[in-house]
Ligand binder design. Structure first.
Ligand code: NAD
Ligand code: GLY
Length: 367
């Protein structure tokens, strides 16, 4: 499977009457004006957390007020542990107290936690109201704000309660990445590298050639890699919104990545776990005859060059291979008892397969 597209500054997710635009080079000051084009009601609630609110809340609120929206803000504490039904309920309560109706809209200002929670609240409040994503982390820009997966965590598992609900628009101000912690930026880079491996060899090469510009947050380089990532995700989502098949390629590296997150009790960042997962899956692909040895070598080299972990030595506790296999089995992408792996055939093309060898994986995991 492969996906190709030219790069540009704005991207459309083509989903019929639910199609929407992703603005890559926007500004917080222009959000109000942009939202006037969406036919929303006057009432808007900005959902954010204290960290992001302090940095960017006022600029966004001023922009919305300048476009004559009635704006309130809802604050959720900062952290994955607040992506819960209880905190979704706190959003519903604030909306009801303030007489929000089905025309009112939510704006998610933050990373993936705020985006997923706000999207879920929007999907469920009064059976669904519009929402807009204003992502403020690299991961949210290239992944979680696009594609309509919304949800909250359950004590028994991450993202176990959720809904597909597409945003009305995704608006990015790349300047906000300047305040993002380096580790958070690198975690997002793991997802960008993922897009290169699954769909775009030229993006993979660009990440190799322009590393310094990217790590220095050069606006043109960031615009290019974020734009290409969004184009690839938009294309996949347009073809397979509800993950009947193709969309699973976006989970490259995630089968092992989720197992690592579980075994590390969610103390390792998702992007870091996915980075190790991508190296492991590439080795599994080579051992299984899906690709030549240059693929795992190049994947490992690029991931390492971005300061991301490539192997299990990065874990706090080294689990036995059998613990890993157990953790993989509970991955919710398991179908009919068999786990499907996304494996590279070459840089820029992957297959989804149940044909992988448990003994080979055990061997890789014990190296
Ligand atoms: P996050 O939302 O927790 O943000 C990371 C940290 O960065 C937080 O402390 C946040 O306050 C801070 N922050 C955000 N923007 C900032 C900025 N501009 N400057 C300074 N600090 C800033 O983490 P994340 O990595 O963005 O998102 C992770 C979540 O995304 C997980 O819950 C995951 O399940 C979800 N996710 C969803 C999808 C999807 O398709 N819906 C895809 C991937 C991940
Ligand atoms: N993050 C994977 C997806 O949106 O399908």
């Amino acid at each position: 499977m492969s996906v190709s597209h030219p790069a540009k500054g704005a991207v459309t997710v083509n989903l019929g009457d639910r199609s929407y635009g992703i603005e890559i080079n926007g500004s917080l000051e222009a959000v109000g004006e942009q939202l006037t084009q969406l036919g929303l009601g006057r009432k808007i609630a900005v959902v954010t957390n204290p960290t992001v609110k302090q940095l960017y809340g006022q600029r966004l609120i001023d922009s919305l007020k300048g476009a004559e929206f009635q704006v309130m803000s809802i604050e959720i504490p900062d952290g994955e542990e607040y992506k819960t039904l209880d905190w979704a309920n706190s959003i519903y309560t604030a909306l009801l107290i303030n007489h929000f109706d089905r025309q009112s809209a939510l704006v998610a200002l933050g990373g993936g936690v705020i985006g997923d929670l706000t999207g879920f609240a929007a999907a469920t409040f009064m059976r669904g109201i519009p929402f807009v994503q204003v992502p403020s982390t690299l991961l949210a820009m290239v992944d979680s704000s696009v594609g309509g997966k919304t949800g909250v965590n359950h004590p028994m598992g991450k993202n176990m309660i959720g809904a597909f609900h597409q945003p009305k628009r995704v608006l990015m101000d790349l300047g906000v990445l300047k305040t993002l912690a380096k580790e958070e930026f690198l975690a997002g880079m793991a997802e960008v590298i993922k897009y290169g491996i699954i769909a775009d060899a030229a993006l993979f090469d660009y990440l190799d050639t322009h590393r310094t510009r990217i790590l220095d947050l050069d606006p043109d380089a960031l615009g290019h890699i974020i734009g290409r990532s969004c184009e690839i995700k938009a294309d996949v989502v347009a073809k397979d919104e509800r993950e009947a098949g193709l969309r699973a390629i976006l989970n490259f590296g995630h089968t092992i990545g989720h197992a690592i997150e579980t075994l590390e009790n969610y103390t390792m960042r998702h992007g870091y776990a996915v980075a190790i997962g991508m190296v492991t899956a590439s080795r599994l692909a080579h051992e299984g005859g899906f690709c030549d040895s240059s693929v795992p070598e190049r994947v490992e080299k690029l991931i390492k060059s971005y300061g991301l972990p490539t192997g299990l030595s990065a874990l706090k506790r080294r689990p036995a291979p059998v613990e890993f296999l157990d953790a993989i089995q509970v991955d919710k992408k398991a179908e009919g008892g068999t786990v499907r792996f996304v494996l590279p055939k070459k840089i820029g093309e992957v297959v989804i397969t149940k044909e992988w060898d448990e003994t080979v994986l055990q061997k890789i995991l014990s190296q």
